[in-house]
Design a protein around this ligand. Structure first.
Ligand code: NAP
Length: 273
């Protein structure tokens, strides 16, 4: 696969669970816009999220400021035939109210042959409707199968579950992607708000005058070839996440975190949420 690490901004904002309640809609748009104001230049969404409503929220957030924002979107595996992928992308573009998706991913491996999805990705790219394509929730075996296809060499990213308490990808998926300069996009980097509040995270946070969430994110941002896409609907959370870009953990911090959240000792199937 060809070089792509460093092609994307290191920090983005996710949108899962956005668009599910009309009463929260304005706050969700405001949170994404605040992120863009602060300089977070990547937004992650999917046709699956709130049945397309999350894409509409992204569309509103980027209205009038599309340039310079990297929009990541995903096709559902059930739609990922040749014609189905193209039709899904067209629908997503309408909801996003834009003319292009920067990075278009297959949300997880499904029943349609990957050749067909890749063919659609290439046609969409040739038409300028997507700029890059990639995969999500692809374990090492799926990645090897993808690489065996000619279009597999064009894969720019693999979006997978990765955070302090889910380090399984460090055994195979992460090194495999790094060797091919395929960006690893870490989803649920805050374990959906369930990271342990005490222990090493709290100690490092206290030492660094930061929050545990900021420390957990800084830990990911310090890893080469990894992009993190936390989701935050509250403005104070968006500001806290943005501050992670300026937090450089040192050797002692990392050792302490490794001690409590050790790297995996053996290979295991890719975890998903
Ligand atoms: P997450 O980012 O790990 O956690 C989100 C939760 O953390 C929210 O409850 C949020 O609260 C809270 N939070 C945010 N900033 C915080 C802070 N500074 N301090 C304390 N809490 C904070 O979970 P996620 O939404 O599952 O993952 C992120 C994105 O990854 C998704 O939105 C989606 O775009 C993507 N994703 C992709 C896949 C896939 O299969 N490809 C799967 C899962 C997720 P508030 O919202 O109240 O601010």
């Amino acid at each position: 696969m060809i070089a792509s690490a460093g092609r994307f901004p290191p920090l983005g904002l996710g949108t899962w669970r956005m668009g599910e309640a009309a009463a929260r809609r304005d706050d969700e748009i405001a949170a994404l816009r605040l992120g863009l104001d602060l300089g977070i230049r990547l937004l992650d969404t999917a046709e699956m999220y709130a049945d397309g409503e999350a894409e509409r929220i992204v569309g509103e957030a980027i209205r009038g400021r599309r340039d310079g924002v990297v929009v990541v979107d995903k096709v559902l595996p059930g739609n990922a035939s040749l014609d189905g992928t193209i039709a899904a992308a067209e629908r997503s573009l309408r909801r996003l109210a834009t003319d292009r998706i920067d990075l278009y991913l297959l949300h997880w491996p499904g029943r349609h042959p990957l050749e067909a999805t890749f063919e659609a990705f290439e046609r969409l790219r040739d038409a300028g409707k997507i700029l890059d394509y990639g995969l999500s929730n692809f374990d090492i075996g799926d990645l090897r199968a993808a690489e065996a296809l000619p279009a597999g060499r064009g894969v720019a990213a693999n979006q997978v579950l990765y955070n302090l308490v889910r380090r399984g990808i460090e055994r195979t998926v992460l090194p495999w992607c790094a060797a091919r300069e395929v960006t690893v996009m870490a989803y649920s980097p805050l374990e959906q708000g369930r990271l342990p509040a005490g222990g090493a995270l709290a100690r490092v946070a206290e030492r660094r005058n930061a929050t545990p969430a900021r420390v957990a994110l800084a830990w990911l941002l310090g890893r080469p070839g990894v992009v993190a896409i936390p989701k935050a609907a509250r403005p104070e959370h968006v500001r806290d996440l943005h501050a992670a870009l300026a937090l450089e953990l040192d050797e002692a911090d990392r050792r302490e975190l490794d001690h409590e959240f050790p790297p995996p000792a053996r290979d295991a199937p890719l975890e998903v949420l």
